[in-house]
Ligand binder design. Sequence first.
Ligand SMILES: [Zn+2]
Ligand SMILES: [Zn+2]
Length: 86
Amino acid sequence: MVLIFLLILAFLAMGILAELERGEEQAPADAGTCPCCGQQVEGQWLLCPRCQAQVTAVCPDCGQSVASFHRYCPHCGRQRGALREA
Ligand SMILES: [Zn+2]
Ligand SMILES: [Zn+2]
């Protein structure tokens, strides 16, 4: 009886571990927070899904879209403070 209990416990632990690994894989590498509401947003998103705030701007130097939480343009290195809103 104890053995069965331990087996179930082991299966549960393995399931939790698998879940954790999946969660880490799914976590976006390029993510930040919405400047408006704090919702987590991914770098390639255009709008915050929570408050619809625009989370990307256009770099005036290279014209590429840059996420609002980026401090520097990842395409040309221009400092983010100098970016205008798209
Ligand atoms: Zn938001
Ligand atoms: Zn740029």
